[in-house]
Design a protein around this ligand. Structure first.
Ligand code: XIL
Length: 315
């Protein structure tokens, strides 16, 4: 059986993937993508981000995002919206010193509200806040935090809830897949938001891993966050290696993928797993981590790697 079918048989909602608009003109790629037995969920890798959706203040463009949302709909796949508020891929009009606290509050409300209203009823979940913390557990001193302190998280979540009451609202983060200062800070934030009845439904574990270094505490972290009353998901899984790939690295990668899937499969509140694109042909890894790559379950030629069998075996 294919991966989404296997995930659902284990009680998960989906196995899914990120994709990007430029990839959709590759017929060999879409021939594999457009199959909801394989992928039951889609995340747009770029086209719902702030720079893509509101490049100038109040001027919204949804053409790229709509293409991905329509693909999900046509194929009968769930959609994860990504994202409302993030320090990265922000248009230059959203920057330090340009807005008072009251103005930036309104800027965030307008952005989140317009975005979620546009896709109302179409998204299973939204990454409302992406990557709020530094690795040492301190808050990222981006325009949002600098202007509004921690309150920007609540402002964004409340605007999102009002715009699409049925979407699961997430905070999405990386390097929280093991115990440490960053995971602790996020856990404390989740608890304080819950205590204050701020609308928050889920925590996304990005899970950009390195071959041979998948955190052994992943399952514990998923359970620890779930114990606060949120659902959890693996939202951006890939497992990179230093190139060139070898048979030994690919075998270790298979084991690593198996362990990640098992962690989610073992935690009831873990709703699904999303890979950050399924093929090495379109992975973000080589562009971001110099000398590294081969992070996905299918290779450059769209051929399944041992990692694919590692996923299938774990569900
Ligand atoms: C990445 C995209 O995949 C790239 O195409 C883009 O150039 C940069 O962003 N964490 C996230 C994602 O939340 O939005 C990022 O996506 C990868 C890291």
């Amino acid at each position: 059986a294919k991966l989404n079918t296997l995930a659902k048989a284990k009680g998960k909602l989906y196995f899914g993937t990120a994709t990007d608009n430029s990839e959709l003109s590759d017929a060999a790629y879409t021939a594999i993508l457009d199959d909801n037995a394989m992928f039951g969920q889609i995340t747009p890798a770029n086209s719902m981000k702030w720079d893509a959706t509101e490049p100038s203040q109040g001027q919204f463009t949804f053409s790229g995002g709509d293409q991905i949302a329509n693909l999900a709909k046509t194929n009968g796949m769930l959609l994860r919206g990504h994202n409302c508020v993030w320090y990265n891929q922000l248009p230059s009009w959203v920057s330090n010193g340009k807005f008072t606290a009251a103005q930036l509050t309104s800027v965030i409300q307008t952005h989140c509200s317009t975005l979620l209203t546009h896709y109302k009823g179409q998204a299973y979940a939204w990454d409302v806040v992406n990557e709020p913390f530094n690795d040492d557990g301190t808050w990222r001193t981006d325009v949002f935090y600098n202007t509004l302190g921690t309150s920007y998280v609540q402002i964004a979540l409340e605007a999102a809830r009002t715009a699409d009451p049925n979407a699961k609202l997430y905070i999405n983060e990386y390097n929280i897949e093991y115990a440490g200062a960053k995971a602790t800070s996020l856990l404390n934030l989740v608890k304080s938001l819950k205590a204050a009845s701020v609308p928050l439904d889920g925590v996304g574990f990005q899970s950009h891993f390195i071959v041979g270094q998948v955190p052994t505490g992943l399952q514990t972290q998923l359970s620890t966050f779930a114990a606060t009353g949120v659902e959890v998901a693996i939202t951006e899984l890939d497992i990179r290696m230093t190139l060139p790939s070898t048979a030994a690295l690919l075998a270790q990668q298979k084991t690593d993928y198996t362990n990640v899937i098992k962690a989610c499969a073992s935690v009831e509140a873990c709703v699904g797993v999303t890979v950050w694109d399924w093929t090495d042909k379109y992975s973000w890894v080589p562009n971001t981590f110099s000398g590294q790559g081969a992070a996905c379950p299918w290779d450059q030629n769209l051929v399944k790697k041992p990692a694919y069998d590692g996923i299938a075996a774990a569900f």
